[in-house]
Every structure is written in C-alpha cells, then in structure tokens.
Design a protein around this ligand. Structure first.
Ligand SMILES: [Zn+2]
Length: 287
C-alpha cells in the first residue's frame, strides 16, 4: 500500500473527531489528542512506552497472548482489556499498542462499539480513515513531533539519520523513516521491499511492499525493481544492517525522469519464535 501525504477526510469518525477537538483536520485532531495524553502521562523523554501510557487511556490490562491477529481491544464495563500477539516483534507490539490507544479516542465517541480485533500487517492500509488516524496516533506517540525535532540535530536525508533516530526512540526503521520524511519534509521516496528468490530462475525478485513519496511519483504496488536497481539491492542484501552508501542510479522508476541516488539497508530480524524476516529499506533521493 502507498501512503498519501495529502489530507482529505470524509468518514463520519474522522469528521466527528475533528469537530470534538475543534480543529479543521482530523489528522491534527488525533495529534492533539496524543500530545495531551503524553502530557497527562508525564512523558517528555524518548523512548516512549505505550504499555506504560495505556493506563491513562483506561486500559486496565495488557495481555501478551497467542492470537490469530496482531491485537484486540475489548471494552469492559469500566475500561479496556488489550491483547497483543506474542509472536510479533517488540517493535510491532509497541506499534500495535500505540495504534490501539488511538482507537480508544473513537470509543469515547462511539461507546456502543464491541471488541475490535485486527491485523495491522498492512500498516498503511488506506481503506478506513480511522485506521489511518490510528496510525498517525501511533507515530505521534512513539515518535512525538516535539521530541524528534528537538533531538535530531543533523537531519541529513540518509539512512544513518534513520538508524540513529530509531535507536533513540526504540522504533522500527521503516516507521522512523516515514516520520522523518513527514517532519523534516525530506524530498525523497521511501520504499520497503520484500525480497524473494524466483524458484525457476533463482533470480532475486525485489517487490515493493509499501512506499511513501514526496517526489511526485509513487512506485506501483506490487512492483518489481527496475533492472538498474538490482545491483544496489544485491549489495544491501550482502551487507545486512549497514547502509550500502548512496549510489547514482538513472531514474527509471515509476516514470521519474531525473537522476536519483539510492541508499539501501537490509534488515533481518526475528519475528516470533521461529520466523525470520528479511526486508530492504530504500531511500530514493533526487541527484
Ligand atoms: Zn486499527
């Protein structure tokens, strides 16, 4: 899925939230809610723990359970019970928890709702505006605007900045990259690749998992990498955990005509007990 950075909202949930806060934009409204929550919870330093803050949203208990989905939020007579999936990485559980805290603001407006079970594997699914708003809430909670802007003194567009910021905020690289693009208005595209090996040809097949762009193009989803990108992607895969360095590359992707530089990073991590995942993060920067 691609993440549009524009702001058009139509759903009843989104518009009611904006009205309740007294601002025009539902995105501004949910950010305002989260900023107030951080104040109430006396949280002014990273990393922010969504698990500790949950009690300030009336979540009386968080259970780490075997689930068929990422998270479930169950309304009780006097608050919420949250369950998070044991077989997800800590980053994913932190994001799920923060995202579910976003939903608690909507329960305030629609108290008749039942339990909400969901899979956020498509983190940037645009189908429902409330889901987008809860992702915005999660980003504001885990990478608060004021904390990022005051602590990141060198905001050069590269993956070193992404990694340094992610360490301070205990956030995943993709979530951090998306946040830096948003807050510092980085003129670049972020592409997250799932890399597989073709059974027949044994060739690497990097496909776009999701992307975000401020370059006036969004890579199609799912899309194979253009041939000129393959050597850069292969080099990133051979050097996991270390950015490959920016390499000049003709901009043949998604109709982009100008030359671009690509900075890529391979990420291997353990998800759950027996599942390893590999993906690749790329920043495409106009040359
Ligand atoms: Zn949700």
């Amino acid at each position: 899925m691609s993440e549009p950075l524009h702001d058009t909202w139509r759903s009843r949930e989104a518009l009611l939230l904006a009205k309740a806060v007294g601002v025009a934009s539902p995105a501004d409204a949910i950010v305002h809610k989260v900023q107030s929550l951080l104040q109430i919870a006396n949280t002014f330093e990273p990393p922010v723990s969504p698990f500790r803050i949950a009690k300030y949203r009336n979540v009386s208990k968080i259970l780490i359970s075997d689930l068929a989905y990422d998270a479930i939020l169950e309304p009780l007579a006097d608050g919420f019970l949250m369950r998070l999936n044991r077989n997800r990485s800590l980053y994913r559980r932190r994001f799920s928890c923060a995202h579910e805290l976003g939903h608690t603001f909507f329960y305030e407006m629609f108290p008749e709702r039942g339990a909400l079970a969901e899979d956020i594997s498509e983190l940037f699914d645009q189908r429902q505006e409330e889901e987008r708003l809860c992702n915005i809430a999660a980003r504001e909670l885990l990478l608060p605007r004021s904390m990022v802007l005051s602590r990141i003194l060198d905001s050069s567009i590269n993956l070193e900045t992404v990694m340094a910021t992610a360490r301070v905020f205990d956030a995943s690289y993709p979530a951090t990259a998306l946040r830096l693009i948003e807050l510092f208005e980085w003129k670049c595209a972020l592409i997250v690749w799932d890399v597989t090996v073709d059974d027949t040809t044994k060739e690497l097949v990097p496909r776009v998992s999701w992307s975000a762009s401020r370059l006036g193009f969004i890579p199609p989803h799912p899309a194979k990498a253009p041939r000129s990108w393959i050597p850069i992607i292969v080099r990133a895969l051979d050097n996991p955990g270390v950015p490959t360095g920016i390499t000049e590359c003709a901009g043949s992707f998604g109709g982009l005509k100008t030359p671009i530089a690509i900075d890529s990073l391979c990420i291997n991590y353990q998800e759950g007990y027996n599942r390893r995942r590999t993906y690749l993060l790329s920043l495409a920067i106009p040359g």
